[in-house]
Ligand binder design. Structure first.
Ligand SMILES: CC(=O)N[C@H]1NC[C@H](CO)[C@H](O)[C@@H]1O
Length: 503
């Protein structure tokens, strides 16, 4: 692209001049300063970015003689603390980057800040018509506005091949997204292979041969994400959205009745039998050892009471507890027990907003995800007033598609626009773009996600006052072209072309 490299998401502070320096792209090197900490995670990142920088140059159709000796041949890395193993909610992603004649240096207090700075540096490089790679004299001091910046992918409504998950984790890193919310199971299929309950996928996956995620697959996703500073937060949604669980775990779901006879269909997980909680305890103990992130997403959305209402055992149970007819209190009992089990196992947890709407008592470190797009600002006010941290997803349901440039609508959302004290505003820790899988699979997930999710990425990383769609449009066009050049099939924003078009 023949305009100076613009960075997406926009850094908190950036000063660039028109002074440019030729970059020796073919043999670019990352070097550690003498005092820097080092680790293999960074060495891996250097290899990835060397490839990206080299490919940027290799794409040029013309060969050129550099008009001046190369000025920039290396980027000095100064990591001021030893590498951490896994990204986390409270990781420090701040960094500072100087691109200049005498020195080109990237500095951060944590390895995650170096990763974010490497991405920024790679975006500063641009290519002239003659194919030369240049960088402008630049100073950047940057950090994210929100610490949880997520993408939800749903691998139950449609299975997503690992290669597609990896492509989108790569794209998330290009956008500084730092959470992969893996909505791994739901009503339609159970692709997660549990070692302790193998029948869950054997009977609950679409096919138990190819539409599954084995323990090695799950470990590969977690490692691929870790190397890019992306957390993997799995969601095991109950008591609703769990039809597929019943295939491999008989007796788990509530039998629905018509009159005094079971109909043969099933509803939410059965909350009145002890076997339910033994099962949850055992499965979640396995999950604690499979997923390293502190948080698990427990779901709790869209629980239909119809089946519970039809079941005589359920109604007897409720009568004995003197909660006849109050099915949300029965849901509370279930959710309360699952939260307690999860807490005892060592998980902190995220839940959908209905858990709060149904007045379930939560641990105070619970994160509540607001997804119902009906005055979500009022829900944010309610949730943070109760003292819980919150995530905003409601305006960013990317599975709702339309023609035209809906990225602008996502871009103009201001998450902090709700009534609350400063303390309440601080409880809003970020948000997520959700691409549910009813109509999405490996064939269309990437173009449907990108660059629309890039609008959410900037909203959650950049300063609140970076909200001018007119200024963002050329930058997002360039960012989309960059993703295409890097092999991400991001769809176009509007008529036009990329200097290095697809293919
Ligand atoms: C929390 C949540 O969003 N629950 C359901 N709501 C509608 C979605 C599609 O837009 C999905 O079906 C999802 O499972």
């Amino acid at each position: 692209d023949t305009s100076p490299g613009s960075v997406w998401p926009q850094p908190q502070s950036q000063t660039s001049t028109s002074q440019t320096y030729p970059v020796l792209a073919e043999k670019f090197a990352f070097t550690y300063t003498s005092s820097s900490f080092r680790c293999s995670l960074l060495d891996e990142a250097f290899k990835r970015y060397q490839m990206l920088i080299m490919n940027a140059a290799a794409r040029s159709k013309l060969h050129f003689r550099p008009r001046a000796p190369y000025t920039i041949t290396t980027l000095d890395i100064n990591l001021m603390a030893k590498c951490e193993d896994y990204p986390s909610l409270d990781m420090n992603e701040a960094y500072s980057l100087d691109v200049g004649e005498s020195s080109t240096q990237l500095q951060a207090e944590s390895v995650w800040g170096i990763l974010r700075g490497l991405e920024t540096f790679s975006q500063l490089l641009w290519q002239t018509e003659t194919g030369e790679i240049l960088a402008n004299k630049t100073n950047i001091i940057d950090h994210p506005r929100y610490s949880h910046r997520g993408i939800l992918l749903d691998t139950s409504r449609h299975y997503l091949p690992l290669s597609v998950i990896f492509d989108n984790l790569e794209a998330m890193a290009y956008n500084k997204i730092n959470v992969f919310h893996w909505h791994i199971v739901d009503d339609q299929s159970f692709p997660y292979v549990s070692e302790i309950y193998p029948d869950l996928s054997r009977k609950g996956a679409y096919t138990s041969l190819s539409h599954i995620y084995t323990p090695d697959d799950v470990a590969a996703v977690i490692e691929f994400a870790r190397l890019r500073g992306i957390r993997v937060v799995p969601e095991f949604d109950t008591p609703g959205h769990s039809q597929s669980w019943g295939k491999g775990q008989p007796g788990l779901l509530t039998p629905c009745y018509s009159g005094d006879k079971p109909t043969g269909s099933y509803g939410p997980i059965n909350p009145i039998v002890d076997s339910t909680y033994t099962f949850i305890q055992t499965l979640f103990t396995e999950l604690r050892n499979v997923f390293p992130d502190k948080y698990i997403h427990l779901g709790g959305d869209e629980v239909s009471f119809a089946c519970w209402q039809s079941n005589p055992d359920i109604n007897n149970y409720m009568k004995n507890l003197n909660i006849t007819g109050k099915y949300n209190e029965l849901e509370q009992i279930y959710v309360q027990k699952v939260l307690n089990i999860s807490g005892q196992i060592g998980f902190s947890y995220i839940v959908w907003q209905e858990v709060v709407d149904n007045q379930v008592q939560l641990k105070d470190d619970t994160v509540v995800e607001v997804w119902i797009n009906n005055h979500p600002d009022e829900e944010l006010a309610k949730v943070t007033k109760l003292g819980y941290r919150a995530l905003l997803a409601a305006p960013w349901y990317l599975d709702y598609i339309s023609t035209g440039e809906d990225w602008m609508k996502y871009y103009l959302e201001e998450p902090s626009n709700f009534n609350g004290t400063d303390a309440q505003k601080k409880l809003l820790i970020g948000g997520e773009a959700c691409l549910w899988g009813e109509y999405v699979d490996g064939s269309n997930v990437t173009p449907r996600l990108w660059p629309r999710a890039s609008a959410v990425a900037e909203r959650l990383w950049s300063s609140k006052d970076v909200n001018d769609v007119t200024k963002a449009t050329p930058r997002l066009h360039q960012h989309r072209c960059r993703m295409v050049k890097r092999g991400i099939s991001a769809q176009p924003l509007h008529p036009g072309y990329c200097v290095h078009d697809w293919g």
